[in-house]
Design a binder for this molecule. Structure first.
Ligand code: ZN
Length: 242
């Protein structure tokens, strides 16, 4: 069994297409998604349909998914993100809005795996896990060996065995009695200085988690953002991965 874990797709069709091609090459059998399928970029409808067609075992809800599928006032978003959410609201069909709105904040699969967009302690408050201190709080609410999350768009992994340690990773061999909180990075808007799309594969039988980076057609994604009248900054940041 090999899962692909997709996070923060953010309506970037070019990135999602390249990632799915890579996932097929790698022999992925099942998909998981930690949310923020929409927001920021120009293809929310198409990305949502593409994710739905993968028939993922679990999809959890991101903050952009929540805001794009509701009509509440936008609080806590920067002006560019808010503009993109308003634009996304106009794009989505009713059935897509309802599908997004019904996603769970967190979900556990068996005894081994949990998925959440932001944090496990208060998933609906959209806190950020950037260091071992915030990771430790989150790990206190994690009752499976592995939890995949996103929200920061920075692929970092934290490991708890007595104390909590963390940092960048390419590959993790899971060890018995250790707990892992793993950020899968962002498919559609990476922010770690590497503009390539990011996703993770997870093979439970081999106890192996691997981070993958995939080149994609950034120029086309940028052109679509500008053509849609979305903020120019959202196009620029794709080029630098910030
Ligand atoms: Zn996001």
């Amino acid at each position: 069994m090999k899962y692909a874990v997709l996070g923060d797709v953010h309506a970037n069709l070019e990135a999602l297409t390249a990632v799915l091609e890579k996932a097929r090459e790698l022999g992925v059998d099942s998909y998981l998604c930690i949310g923020d399928i929409v927001g920021y970029n120009a293809n929310p409808q198409e990305c949502l349909e593409m994710v739905r067609l993968l028939n993922p075992e679990v999809v959890t809800k991101g903050n952009h998914d929540e805001q794009a599928s509701s009509e509440t006032e936008l609080v806590g978003f920067n002006p560019q993100a808010a503009r993109a959410i308003e634009w996304t609201r106009e794009q989505l069909r009713e059935d897509q809005r309802l599908w997004l709105a019904a996603l769970p904040y967190r979900q556990t699969i068996g005894a081994r795996l949990t998925l959440v967009h932001a944090t496990l302690d208060m998933p609906h408050m959209w806190g950020y896990v950037f260091d071992k201190y915030s990771a430790e709080v989150c790990l206190g609410y994690q009752f499976t060996q592995v939890c995949f999350f996103g929200h920061t768009h920075v692929p970092l992994a934290f490991e708890k065995y007595g104390t909590v340690n963390g940092g960048r990773y390419d590959e993790i061999r899971l060890q018995a009695n250790h707990k892992y909180l793993i950020n899968v990075g962002s498919v559609g808007q990476p922010r770690d200085g590497d503009p390539r799309a990011a996703f993770v594969t997870y093979s439970p039988d081999d106890r192996l988690v691997q981070l993958h980076r995939v080149e994609y057609d950034i120029a086309t994604a940028q052109q679509k953002i500008l053509a849609a009248g979305l903020p120019e900054r959202l196009a620029q940041r794709l080029g630098v991965g910030r």
